[in-house]
Ligand binder design. Structure first.
Ligand code: ARG
Length: 585
């Protein structure tokens, strides 16, 4: 692998050198480089620096210009306004940089980061014996994209699906199964749909019994105690619920075109054994205190009604442990056993108070520090097209599979309308890639902390900021490359570039910088925005610059080359977000 220095970094280095030559006392000052409409880049850092050093900004800027080594990367640099610098990059440098990226293959010359750490990503965490709904969508989609981006930068990621597989609700379910053996088919014998319908049936029947029959209620309560004390038979029945649910989870994740690994499904129950130790450590360190029999942690800043402090409950007065204890124990496991340097949680913003308290507790205990940090990417709610919380017409929560099926159906209509030479099988395959891509992209192109509207009409539209638009751009490029036949994509750095070629080339070169920024900020929407702009710049290039009908053979080859780098970049970028790029559409 041969890493390529981005043009932005090259320009930055040259300007920084010129700046410190002009103003040695300022040390290594940042010229503050930005992409700009007026030139390729603009440096805005000189004003503030001149002010600080009591120099005249325009004079300083002029001096910097005199010091800039130009010729290779920088073609032109001039002073503008009160002391900005406008920088134009040489055509040759653009094509040479892209040629080096092209030659590098899969990574497109993007370097791996130094000092990579280990990030444990907690995402895609449905609950056992319960249906997945639209609320589970974002965690899975965002978490998967974050992992894709982080892995690409060289960070090592470990997934944790903290599924809800423990709690008092299992008493009722297990007791029912105990009294009605055979109601759940063995996990090996069912598909996802059957698994969920079995679970639903058992859930409804046991709930009805629980509400109507006081004696059953009592037996269910005893069953909770048996479960908590590790009774063998009870645990076996519990395991059946977990296994049946996993069959169902896998079927939904497959529909979502997402790989979930069994060893990364580590639910709440996995931390049971460590919870007493967690409680002991917190009490010993004085982080948690006994209050009315319970073990709790108080926070000055966190208060509820009547200004009463709201505590985090580590252990209830009856000795039981809950959600917080499992999360605190999971932190110990992730930090000390998995050696994580970052803990990332992709969980609904409505749980942000829970995580604030859990993280602060872990900090006080010394499990989190400046070197090991935790973040919750609290994401917003999925709204219906009308802007209200997403519900069915009957006012029920929407099942995730139904939603995905509908997206694929809609996509099939779009694909069929456009398809000239596709068979029905091909249409169905594309429809899945387009429909699921549309759902993922709509989610990822919105800043995670904002709510977003689930509007299928908009999502599968060919125009506008949609994945379909990006997928079409990709497929169109592939079709041009096929049409080119024997004529190959070859870089010609000696050619003068048209404005649309320059704009496209400069943007292509910024791919790696964009992924790094988006990964560091946990902001997949920045990568999505980059890709959308890439497709738009490509469209302009395609309108303005004939490819196969260009004037000279060299120009044809060079434009095919720009097409090919664009396609590879789109493919890579979409892939990091978990979205397919079909070769034909
Ligand atoms: N299963 C939980 C829910 O559906 C989400 C778990 C989030 N992760 C965590 N470590 N608490 O609400």
């Amino acid at each position: 692998m041969a890493p390529v220095t981005s043009l932005s970094d090259s320009v930055h280095q040259r300007l920084a050198a010129a700046l410190s030559a002009a103003l040695p006392q300022a040390g290594s000052a940042d010229p503050l480089l930005r992409r700009s409409d007026r030139a390729d880049f603009q440096a805005n850092g000189i004003l503030a620096l001149a002010k600080k050093e009591k120099a005249n900004p325009r004079e300083l800027a002029t001096q910097v210009v005199g010091n800039v080594v130009s010729g290779d990367v920088i073609k032109d640099v001039e002073v503008s306004g009160p002391g900005f610098l406008n920088i134009t990059v040489a055509d040759r440098a653009i094509i040479e940089n892209l040629a080096a990226r092209h030659a590098d293959g899969e990574r497109l010359g993007v370097p791996l980061k130094e000092n990579a750490g280990i990030t444990v990503v907690d995402y895609a965490q449905p609950n056992v014996a319960k249906e997945m709904h639209v609320g589970h969508l974002r965690s899975a989609v965002i978490g998967d994209a974050l992992r894709g981006m982080l892995d690409f930068t060289g960070e090592k990621t470990i997934g944790r699906h903290h599924i809800g597989d423990w709690g008092t609700q299992f008493g009722m379910l297990i007791q029912y199964l105990f009294e009605h053996p055979g109601e759940l088919a063995p996990a090996a014998d069912v598909d996802g749909e059957q698994a969920m319908s079995n679970l639903n049936r058992v859930y409804k029947a046991s709930r009805a019994l629980f509400d109507a029959d006081e004696e059953f209620k009592e037996r269910a309560r005893k069953r909770v105690v048996a479960l908590q004390s590790g009774d063998k038979e009870t645990l076996e029945l519990w395991q059946q619920f977990v296994d049946e649910s996993k069959v169902y989870f896998y079927s939904v994740f497959e529909k979502l075109d997402m790989e979930i690994r069994d060893e990364e499904i580590v639910g709440e129950s996995a931390y049971n054994e460590g919870m007493p130790e967690t409680a002991r450590l917190l009490e010993e360190k004085g982080v948690a205190v006994r209050s009315e029999g319970a073990l709790v942690v108080f926070f000055d800043e966190i208060r509820g009604k009547d200004d009463q402090p709201v505590p985090l409950i580590v252990q209830k007065a009856d000795g039981g442990f809950g959600y917080a204890a499992s999360d605190l124990t999971a932190i110990r496991n992730r930090v000390f056993d998995l050696k994580a340097t970052t803990l990332l949680y992709v969980v609904d913003v409505r749980q942000s108070l829970h995580f604030r308290m859990v993280f602060e507790t872990a900090r006080r205990a010394g499990w989190l520090s400046e070197d090991v940090t935790a973040h919750n990417m609290g994401y917003g709610t999925v709204l219906g097209a009308d802007g209200k919380p997403f519900k069915t017409r009957e006012g029920e929560t929407v099942r995730l599979e139904d939603l995905l099926d509908e997206a694929v159906q809609r996509a099939a209509e779009v694909v069929r309308e456009k398809a000239q030479d596709l068979t029905e099988d091909e249409i169905q395959e594309r429809a899945a890639q387009v429909g699921i891509g549309a759902v993922k992209y709509a989610d990822l192109s919105t800043s995670p902390n904002r709510d977003y509207k689930f509007d299928l009409d908009q999502m599968v539209s060919l125009n506008g900021d949609t994945s379909v638009y990006l997928q079409y751009a990709y497929a169109r490029i592939q079709s041009i490359l096929r049409k080119a036949g024997e004529t190959k994509a070859v870089a010609h750095p000696e050619l003068e570039l048209a404005p649309a070629e320059r704009a496209l080339g400069l943007h292509l070169d910024a791919f790696g910088d964009t992924v790094f920024e988006a990964a560091a900020e946990y902001a997949p929407h920045k990568l999505a925005a980059y890709l959308y702009q890439l497709a738009s710049l490509y469209t302009t290039f395609y309108d303005k610059c004939p490819v196969l009908k260009a004037e000279t053979p060299e120009q044809i080859e060079n434009r095919l080359f720009l097409c090919d780098v664009t396609a590879r970049t789109l493919h890579r970028g979409m892939g990091l977000l978990g979205i397919r790029t079909p070769e034909r559409l």
